[in-house]
Design a protein around this ligand. Sequence first.
Ligand code: NAD
Length: 400
Amino acid sequence: MIIEPKIRNNICLTAHPTGCARQVADQIEYVRKRGAMKSAAGLPSRALIVGSSNGYGLASRIVAAYGCRAATVGVAFERPGSNDQGRDKVGTAGWYNDQAFLKRAAADGLGAWSLNGDAFSREVKDEAIELIRRNLGPVDLLIYSIASPRRLDPVTGTIHSSVIKPIGKPYVSPSLDFLTGVVSETRAEPAVSQQEIDDTVKVMGGEDWKLWVEALQREGLLAENATSVAFSYIGPSFTAPIYRDGTIGRAKEHLEETARQIHSVLSRHGGRALVSVNKALVTRASAVIPAVPLYIAILYRVMKEKGLHEACIQQMDRLFRDFLYVDSPLRVDSEGRVRLDDLEMREDVQSEVARRWGKAATDTIQQLADVEGFRSEYLNYHGFGVRGIDYRAEVDPRGA
Ligand code: NAD
């Protein structure tokens, strides 16, 4: 079939298998060109990545495999492409990314296994544990990189939905339609109840990360000196009401507090747990948060002009090479977090973004922001607009 982008309400409903595979290959190439990593303290050799099929999780899996030659197990929740009785169904980008990664890893002699299912569930944790026991032995790296709108609590059977809302009062800000380039005012209403905040913390806070750590420990499948990392975000003051001071910010505070709790347990055996605060990037989620596409489009333009722009793979490569596996003490901020958002948050970057933010309007936006960069990265994330791909060619929706 011929697969084209189908976008409704800033959500892309299709993905292109060959384009996704090329994106994965490009990320692998980036890490290979940077060369094999070295560390006297040792590199990870067996890694579990929860949320491994896209964004930061996929990039960290690629760095673990191609920078450290680690065997990897990935867990993700994706819709497979299919062709049942001649009816084609397109899969999600993460499905095609995962297939492409497994195929490349096998060709390159790297151990790699993936599970497709709900990481919040007991069943998937049990399956992952069985797979690790059979094929790997204790993991020395656990990356937790889930971005999900909902979670079925395995104990109570309740479904919790996360919301991205301000707390206390509405958030009114300019916002960008990245498909049309129109800037208009948007108003996000505050969370209506404590329940909405608690639900968001349930989904995007640290509870499930801790359950993964405990499940692995119980089975003796977390190495003594293991490192575990989850990802957070802070951002500028003008998006704070919708992000860091909003419902999702509460979840990130919980995640960061969970890192301290996990760390206090793992550090008794020479291990560690930490949160890395990453840069704002175009992904499925960031495209639908009010004001965030406008912020990212301006940020990209400013960072590109200053030669500072990074995507997921550059961020994860830097996390491993400059922070996690160096022969000097881990560099963290006063809260114990790695700050991969250091370049985004640089004073000169933020003051220029703030200046442009104040001037953003439909007739000025093309001079102020990288709207095209946002749009093309969004399409690339789904395997479209990727260099060298013939989109008129028939592809099998089942992928590789
Ligand atoms: P993404 O949407 O690109 O990837 C999310 C991954 O989670 C996918 O592999 C998906 O399959 C998996 N997933 C979702 N629900 C699942 C479930 N129930 N079971 C198993 N897997 C599931 O997301 P991302 O932007 O890379 O975000 C990952 C983490 O990084 C999140 O914690 C996010 O808050 C954080 N972060 C993102 C940004 C950004 O700008 N994108 C910045 C800083 C931090």
